[in-house]
Design a binder for this molecule. Structure first.
Ligand code: FES
Length: 370
């Protein structure tokens, strides 16, 4: 039986959690651990690979950012805590705040777990899980692979982990401990771009050419059951293309992208003209309450318009990546600028990303609770 302890796509809500611990991972990355009160433990039960959205007021502004949970499922059961990790991003308000300011005892608003970068474990099946990760892309992968090793006693795991140099590797020690705990079932391959490892094949960036060579030498696709890709946009899309070309079924390639750099302009910010007659009306049902949202421009995103009357509408990245804003389209039509968060079956079921959606019809009805 797959161990899926709760539906991966239930409606999420914020709760204020206390920071239990802040651990420095590298010069530019910290892990932040939150205490989950017993009465909220069901709400924060997660599927490995999912993420938490943190919300804070930083320099007077509401800032939200999603971070993957980086621990085995069992650790939450054991310690009643949840851990995320944040690598410093230049100009990243949340990552700099977490790296420099946040301390144990602080209280932070944390959304309940979300995300579809998951693969339920199957304890009775022997599988080969392979993850290709770079930089902070290790965070959800650590959760997925550690849980697979713990819950699937006959499965094995390979991690291809790209970084600049040894000193910038997040969770280096934990990965070494994992190797010692599972010497026959866990294979770890470091690929370093600014340090020369012993094997030339592992020196350089994890780009399409290098991946092609490593897959050919070490990981014939027929020996792998599940692939997990997490890292920069180019690495993930390059690896995915390669695997699909090699005949791997899409359903066995799981991916997560943190930052999208697809060359397309972000959804423009539109200043609505409050005096103009509405060109569309979006009816939103959220937490059992229905609100009408008039829109004076089809170029504005539905999320931006909704937030004026329903500031409680969920969101995080506003870039079509995290999936926090997801809602069901019940009536009308919309177009989406981009979508890196929804699976094809979500789209087929009528799920949309309001942060990327614009009305195509005069009336649109959205249900966040469905
Ligand atoms: S807010 Fe992240 S996908 Fe819409």
């Amino acid at each position: 039986m797959p161990l899926l302890t709760k539906p991966a796509r239930q409606r999420a809500s914020f709760h204020t959690l206390r920071v239990d611990d802040v651990e420095r991972l590298t010069d530019d990355a910290v892990a932040v651990r939150f205490e989950v009160p017993r009465e909220l433990s069901d709400d924060y039960t997660f599927e490995p690979g999912q993420h938490l959205t943190l919300r804070a007021t930083i320099a007077g502004e509401d800032v939200r950012q999603s971070y993957s949970i980086c621990q085995a499922r069992s650790e939450m059961e054991r310690s009643g805590t949840l851990r995320v990790a944040s690598a410093r991003v230049p100009d990243g308000r949340m990552s700099n705040w977490l790296n420099d300011i946040v301390q144990p005892g602080d209280a932070i608003d944390v959304l309940t777990p979300m995300g579809s970068f998951i693969c339920p474990t199957q304890p009775e099946v022997a599988r080969h899980h392979v993850a290709i990760a770079a930089g902070s892309g290790i965070t959800p992968v650590l959760s997925l692979l550690t849980t697979a090793l713990e819950e699937e006693p006959d499965s094995r795991v390979t991690l291809l982990f790209g970084n600049r140099r040894t000193s910038s590797i997040m969770f280096l020690e934990e990965l070494e401990d994992l190797k010692n705990a599972y010497p026959t079932r866990f294979q770890l391959v470091h690929v370093l771009s600014r340090e020369a490892p012993d094997v030339e094949l592992f020196h350089g960036r994890l780009d399409r050419d290098r991946l092609e060579a490593i897959v050919a030498a070490l990981l014939p696709v027929g020996t792998v059951d599940e692939w997990y890709l997490c890292g920069p946009f180019g690495m993930v899309t390059g690896a995915e293309e390669l695997l699909l070309e090699r005949g791997v079924a899409r359903s066995h390639v799981h991916h997560e992208i943190f930052h999208v750099d697809d060359g397309r302009a972000p959804t423009p910010r539109v200043e609505p003209d409050a005096s103009a007659p509405p060109v569309a009306v979006v009816t939103v049902t959220l937490d059992g309450r229905t609100t009408e949202v008039p829109m004076s421009s089809m170029e504005e995103s539905i999320l931006a318009a909704t937030l004026r009357t329903r500031p409680d509408a969920p969101y995080s990245c506003t870039g079509g990546v995290c999936g926090t804003c997801r809602a069901r389209l019940v009536a009308g039509e919309v177009r989406m600028d981009r979508n890196y968060a929804l699976e094809p079956e979500d789209v087929e079921a009528g799920i949309i990303l309001p942060c990327q959606a614009h009305p195509l019809t005069e009336t649109v009805r959205l249900d966040y609770d469905a």
